[in-house]
Design a protein around this ligand. Structure first.
Ligand code: ADP
Ligand code: MG
Length: 253
């Protein structure tokens, strides 16, 4: 059974935070006790859902400065959603991953094992890159899903990721599943988008599409779940809701 899912590609700006945060909301709104772990030193998922500063962050738990339940916060505006935050400003995850993490490649795996008894589902929002921090988070996951945007170099990026993941799995004896790709900001009217979609459908991967939807950014600014946020009476597009329902079903079934 899949319990911990990470969204990862070494590139930035492909929708890792948007998809992991929206999927976490989808799961929480459906009544599952869901933990979103912010494993990105930039802390974007945390600034999305947290209105006020909190005392502890993920790296404090990893370093034994507090217990995990001192750092996890319940998100009041989204029932069943919990966040293990990282502070983008003034946070210590970046420094830790550059100095101490090399000696402790399994710390995130150990932490997730401890957390998994307390939550129905765990979702990791990852940082771009394929360094120590991303490796440590990848091997802590049951499944990694690759988000990509339909751009010229995106298939190269996917190939690089597949190769690197293979090495990580061998070197760190991980069994993480990698069978899904999400093409984000997809527009069916654009030929290049359709071509990249076809090229990604090699038979090896299940390929999902998420349309361009300006409501994501607005919901992020408002600190809300995109599924319930409305601007001038309008919410997410029907096609966006359909995409997330399909992705959610495919992951947790
Ligand atoms: N499907 C989408 N439609 C419109 N905007 C999107 C979509 N996905 C992501 N965005 C926007 O693109 C930017 C980058 O997305 P983000 O999730 O932060 O990427 P990453 O975490 O991979 O760096 C954000 O401002 C986000 O609101
Ligand atoms: Mg991000």
């Amino acid at each position: 059974m899949i319990k911990t899912v990470a969204f990862h590609l070494q590139k930035g700006g492909v929708g890792k935070t948007t998809i992991s945060g929206t999927l976490a909301c989808q799961s929480a709104l459906a009544g599952f006790k869901t933990l979103l772990v912010d494993v990105d030193p930039q802390g974007n998922a945390s600034s999305w859902f947290l209105k006020n500063a909190t005392k502890y962050e993920l790296v404090d738990v990893i370093q034994g400065k507090c217990f995990w339940n001192d750092a996890v916060v319940e998100i009041p505006q989204i029932p069943n959603l919990f966040l293990l935050p990282t502070f983008g400003i003034g946070g210590n995850l970046k420094n830790y991953s550059e100095t101490k993490l090399a000696e402790e490649p399994f710390v995130i795996q150990d932490l997730i094992a401890e957390l998994s008894g307390a939550y129905d589902r765990i979702i990791l929002d990852m940082s771009p890159g394929l360094g120590r921090l991303e490796r440590a988070a990848l091997i802590a996951s049951d499944e990694v899903i690759t988000p990509m945007t339909p751009e010229v170099f995106s298939l190269d990026g996917l190939e690089i990721f597949i190769d690197e993941l293979d090495k990580i799995k061998k070197n760190l004896r991980s069994n993480v599943k990698h069978t899904k790709i999400v093409i984000n900001s997809f527009d069916n009217r654009i030929k290049q988008h359709r071509d990249i979609y076809s090229a990604a459908c090699t038979g090896v991967f299940s390929v999902f599409k998420i349309p361009v939807d300006p409501l994501f950014r607005k919901a992020q600014e408002a600190g809300m779940a995109p599924q319930v946020f409305k601007k001038y009476g309008k919410g997410l597009k029907a096609s966006t809701i359909e995409s997330f329902t399909a992705l959610d079903l495919a992951i947790w079934r």
